[in-house]
Design a protein around this ligand. Sequence first.
Ligand SMILES: [Zn+2]
Length: 71
Amino acid sequence: MSKLAKEKKPVRAHTFYYVDYEKKQIVLLKKKCPRCGRFMADHKVPVPRRSCGYCGYTEFLSKSEVAKAEK
Ligand SMILES: [Zn+2]
C-alpha cells in the first residue's frame, strides 16, 4: 500500500484548548513553554519529549509522565 492511500489525520489546529461553557473558562490541553510562553509540541519518536518550536526548549518525559499524558 502506498503512503497516499493511508487515512488522513483529523485537523489538530483546535486541539490546544477546549472551552468549558458551564464554568466559562478556557482549559489548556497543551503545556506552555516555561521560557517563552508558547505552546509546546509533543513528540514520541525517538524519545518521548515536549519541545518548543520557537525557542528550542525541550523537556524529556519520564515513564510516569508518559502514562499520565496518554490518559
Ligand atoms: Zn519556547
